[in-house]
Ligand binder design. Sequence first.
Ligand SMILES: [Zn+2]
Length: 299
Amino acid sequence: MPELPDITAYLTALQPRVVEQTLESVRIASPLLLRTAVPSIQRVDGKVVRSLRRIGKRIVFCFDEELFLVLHLMIAGRLHWRAVGAKLGGRNHLAAFDFPNGSLVLTEAGTKRRASLYLVQGESALVNLDPGGIEVFSISLDEFKKALTAENRTLKRALTDPRILSGIGNAYSDEILHAAQLSPITQTRKLTDDEWQRLFASTRETLQLWIDRFNCEAEQTFPEKVTAFRPEMAVHGRFNRPCPRCAAPIQRIRFADNETNYCPTCQTDGKVLADRSLSRLLGSDWPRTLDELEALKRK
Ligand SMILES: [Zn+2]
């Protein structure tokens, strides 16, 4: 699923292409995509995109009259910048947003249709689409600690809960925990002061590293290869490969259709966490699927 660094890269690439450009039309090929009926999607036809925003993992196109077009890519949704009037061919093509200088095409791999589009009017309607997680770059260590300990959670769950922190998912939480040298199953209320400092610093540094890396690419070309698996990653998607810090083989805990990766030497005092039994043990505190996690809304 595209996370904060990926969404930031899309915004960087979209800024010079669509801001202050007229959205001539929105073509929707998948009936499941648009989740709102009022205002009608035609309301934005011919309107100028005034600015872009990000809410969690959502991309927001802002128009006059407080109209906001909100796109959530979910796991497999991706954006592509194509020539004017790009054809929507094939079942993976969900929509096209036509501008005078090109078409922004939304695709979704696989058979499940999870990506979603909303058109809302008014800032308060926009707030309703916000799961409520805080932005890690605009908070202090104390605020970070308070948010993550509001409920006693495993670190993995707390970092990836969109109601707690904004924009972090399975991939970057693995990278953050490896950088902080903390176990994914440590409970947030058990962290020492020193560990809090490490976690906070690693969260910001890891995200910043990837944001800078992707922004650099996005300034050159439109991000066409957004993926949760990058060869430069330390642990995520690196099962059995050597840890870049200590060379021990990276381990995994599988759950439903996903897994978390960690280095036992660097993160769990050398312990390999029992895979299946751990998922069972954690029970309610383990996200069974990313969808389930994404579906959580602010209470
Ligand atoms: Zn290691």
